[in-house]
Design a binder for this molecule. Structure first.
Ligand code: UTP
Length: 505
């Protein structure tokens, strides 16, 4: 098979003919698949993409622009708090959220197209289990939370309701995720209510502005960042699907937060009550120099400012009550109205800029040897999901407790932070707290009482292991009937079978 002259011409025009360097050595199958990939690349777009990547890399390498003088925190009237807002208001928001859910107006949207390179597994992160007694994966935990939430909202308002689960995948995650869901019978959720779609891939570019070959017959491609969501929504007609189902509000979240409160009724109700088109859940920064993005205004426009864009003085600035002025740590947990997403996906998306991620990209060298680089060698261009904050007309933020709602799985256990161990501990500590609150006491394998140390800083493993199925409790509710005055031998799992046994079903 000859390389189609049109493709060769396109690559020459884009200055990227190195992608055909090994054409003569490729077998027919490899030629076919490389051609398939190259046909999808428009010459002009490819040239632009590579130029943009190289320019952005040069810009990124120079010192970051400081935004200190242009920043303002989120005004208090647009900020709610699970800890500080009056309890009556929290209850009203929660009721509103449940009401919207019961009316089938709320969907959840999972961002699951990432490659999870830091965790270092070859399958999608959602299929990972962090070593819980139940062995449940992140996908299963999330599925069970949806089922329980539907049940709670349905019971409150005497309806049968559905929270559709939209899952954005990429070339890396779509097939294994689909297969995993099939194998697990969609965890009991109706198949029609799990909607998977794929985001776009872009070529990875070397520091010389040339697209990289991953193998002799394969271009190195990477998903276009979680902000690729907006193009993917349009390309896959997802907003039409939402509209057809009568959805008005969407909760967008990341796959790796084991504590995520999907379609959290309090957050949804807060955003709806405030008439917001766009909202962000935030957590307090742990310390001023913590490298998390901060939700704030820059020149009056909402955005997430990275730690590298602020001077240490600004990061350490405090309010009269001693709290940090720029304290709203972004946890990739967002509320959008359908109308807002329509306006973004319809017209505004092309205006979103790209961010540069400098990564180690496996490739073939000029002699055709496979190289696994030890140092970063490539540029991946990504959009971020929060970049659309700039388009909001009514933005709100909602502060939640980190130990209750945020514990991401980013790294393998070789480091200390955001690992399988920290994620597992966060969940088990939370369930232990819930059990104590419900009135349980614990004994160890020898029948000795385990002392209640909750209230102390939560270091290491909880004193007793207690895992509660999300099918039984979404956020600690309804546990008294199972756990009050129960003396429980650790380790313990409160599963739906046990409930059925107790109910003698
Ligand atoms: P991260 O930025 O943590 O990236 O994604 P990652 O791919 O999971 O991990 P690393 O950086 O390779 O180690 C945050 C969230 O955004 C999603 C991820 O799946 C995760 O839920 N994401 C990221 C996408 O959906 N698409 C992307 O292109 C990138």
């Amino acid at each position: 098979m000859e390389c189609e002259p049109e493709i060769r011409r396109r690559l020459q025009e884009a200055g990227q003919e190195q992608l055909l360097r090994f054409w003569d050595e490729l077998g027919p199958g490899e030629r076919g698949s490389l051609l398939g990939e190259l046909k999808l690349l428009d010459g002009r777009e490819l040239r632009e993409h590579c130029r943009r990547a190289q320019d952005a890399y040069v810009r990124e390498s120079s010192s970051p622009q400081r935004l200190d003088d242009r920043m303002r925190p989120v005004p208090p009237e647009f900020l709610g708090s699970a800890m500080k807002s009056p309890p009556e208001e929290l209850t009203t928001w929660e009721e509103e959220g449940y009401h919207q859910i019961s009316q089938n107006k709320v969907a959840v949207l999972l961002l699951a197209g990432g490659q999870g390179t830091r965790l270092g597994v070859t399958y999608p992160k959602g299929m990972y289990h962090v070593g819980l007694p139940s062995g449940k994966t992140l996908y299963q935990i999330q599925a069970e939370r949806i089922l329980r939430l539907q049940q709670l909202a349905g019971e409150k308002y005497s309806t049968r309701c559905t929270v559709p689960w939209y899952i954005m995948t990429s070339e890396f995650t779509l097939n294994p995720t689909q297969k995993f869901f099939e194998e697990h019978n969609f965890f009991g959720i109706g198949r029609a209510d799990v909607i998977m779609f794929e985001q776009r891939m872009l070529p990875a570019v070397g520091f010389d502005g040339k697209a990289i070959l991953e193998r002799k017959g394969k271009v190195a491609m990477a998903p276009d960042g979680n902000g690729g969501l907006y193009k993917a929504l349009a390309d896959n007609h997802i907003l039409e699907d939402m509209e057809a189902r009568g959805i008005s509000y969407i909760h967008v979240y990341c796959v790796d937060n084991i504590l995520v409160k999907m379609a959290d009724p309090v957050f949804v109700g807060f955003c709806v009550s405030k008439g917001a088109d766009c909202g962000a859940k935030v957590v307090e920064k742990s310390y001023p120099s913590e490298p998390v993005g901060v939700v704030c205004q820059v020149d009056g426009i909402y955005q997430v400012v990275e730690y590298s864009e602020i001077s240490p003085d600004t990061a350490e600035r405090r309010n009269d009550d001693g709290s940090l002025t720029y304290n709203a740590g972004n946890i990739c947990n967002h509320f959008f109205s359908l109308d807002f997403l329509k306006s973004v996906a319809g017209t505004l998306e092309p205006g979103l800029g790209y961010h540069v991620a400098i990564k180690k990209v496996p490739h073939v060298d000029e002699e055709g040897n496979l190289v696994k680089p030890v140092r970063p060698n490539g540029i991946k261009m990504e959009k971020f999901v929060f970049d659309v904050f700039q388009f909001t007309k009514n933005f709100v933020a909602f502060e939640v407790a980190r130990e209750e709602e945020f514990s991401p799985l980013k790294n393998a256990d070789t480091v200390d932070k955001d690992t399988p161990t920290t994620a597992r501990r966060s969940l088990l500590w939370q369930h232990y707290r819930w059990a104590l609150k419900a009135g349980a006491t614990f004994t160890d394998a020898n029948g000795c009482a385990i002392v209640d140390v909750s209230g102390f800083p939560e270091v290491g493993d909880p004193p007793a292991v207690c895992e509660i199925s999300p099918l039984i409790s979404y956020f600690g509710e309804g546990l008294d009937e199972h756990l009050n005055k129960k003396d429980i031998s650790s380790p313990f799992m409160l599963e739906i079978q046990r409930v059925l046994e107790e109910m003698k079903i």
